[in-house]
Design a protein around this ligand. Sequence first.
Ligand SMILES: C[S@@+](CC[C@H](N)C(=O)[O-])C[C@H]1O[C@@H](n2cnc3c(N)ncnc32)[C@H](O)[C@@H]1O
Ligand code: SF4
Length: 457
Amino acid sequence: MIDNKLIEKYNKALPRYTSYPPATSFHSEFSSDDYIKSVKASNNQGTKNISLYLHIPFCPRLCLYCGCTTLITRKEEMIKSYLEALKKEIVMLSQWIDLSRPVTQIHWGGGTPNALSAEQIGEIMDLISSIFKIEKNCEIAIECNPAHLTLSYLDSLFDMGFNRISLGIQDFNQKVLEAAHRDTSKLPIEELSSYIRNHSAGVNYDFIYGLPHQSPASFSETIKQALALKPDRIVTFSYAHVPWVKPHQSLLEKEGLPGAEEKMAMFKSAYDLITKSGEYDAIGLDHFSRKDDSLSIALRSGKLHRNFQGYCTRETTGQVYAFGMSAISQLYNSYAQNDKNIENYIRMINSGKPATVKGYCISEDEMIIKEVIERLMCNNKLLWSELAEQFETSVGRIKAVCGYSPEKMQQYIDDGLLIMDDNSLNITGPGRFTIRNIVAELDPKLNSGGKQFSKSI
Ligand SMILES: C[S@@+](CC[C@H](N)C(=O)[O-])C[C@H]1O[C@@H](n2cnc3c(N)ncnc32)[C@H](O)[C@@H]1O
Ligand code: SF4
């Protein structure tokens, strides 16, 4: 574990590094024509596997902590036109993708995808199956708000092939949910979970710490309840308070947000409870998976990956082709993001072009930095010689590209957060808490854009 003095020292505003370069580097010179070129090129670069991401922005009610790209609406007309555009986008993109490539992952994210009717989801799944080659073991996942989830709805999802259901529980404490304007689960989480498990699907739980009325003791209670239900995966998100981007979050300040120390204590106690249960491995900083889960197996063999949708294994990870407003595609050496405005998104798709508004072409040097950061964030270690082999270059060049110097890393060694020799970096147990700080030292482009980020811890 890490002590409070170190928390204070390292709690800085830094990128989350869910991608490299971070999404804050994307720029508008990257056009829809660039995206088309990237998609065509992606057929002959990197992995053949395809991941499809579908963004459903709609939510019936706004949770005050929400940092996602959402639209609070129940307007059927708007939802219908959006889904029509989504279908058009899938058909449009498919003309540039080599359709003999296998789809190994389909992820429905949001917003609240389960705010759509089962028929609406079914129409899109049918379209996808009619176009793409879906691998037999394809992971088909959906993020669900349990406030809108019924057993018959789950039955429809299983019939469509969904095999991983994420439940956004956030906290079992009613007072915390109420202050955040979050509706409670329609059915007991226990009932939903056993129903999902009885249908051979994986069940994930999402929690957030750092909200009003949460304390280390209350959050521990929530985690204990979760452990008793034995989900396959647990995520404990650190609440990202960014009211300059999401003004509705400032309403939570009136309720009183826990301070950094208290927040860290919540994380620590949750981390201890989950890892000391002996049933879960910590995946990165805040994800946990049961020891027999594919993520744990990938962690042990150093083959864990990460994309905007979370952690994944080498088997399921593909290049990500993303559909819907604000959705981010992650191809071999480029990122492309769609317009965040629903009207613009629909208009652009209806005009017969991708709705790309910004993106990024990753340079050769940045591909190296990306790999360094991903290895450390996923597998907590790296061997410089392995990277040199992968990129067919020297260790010296790899180190130079990411601005590595032993002096910069010394403070982390002195603080017991990092163990290092000429050929390796190993993040210690306490070092996982400062992983964003450590990888930021290997990001020479950081601070060049004057952007604001959430705190690292
Ligand atoms: C896009 S939501 C999708 C699930 C669904 N909308 C729900 O809320 O249950 C995915 C997860 O992001 C997390 N999240 C949302 N806003 C956040 C924030 N400001 N900071 C950290 N995590 C956040 C929540 O835990 C949520 O379950
Ligand atoms: S349901 Fe999920 S996506 Fe929608 S507002 Fe709440 S946290 Fe955000």
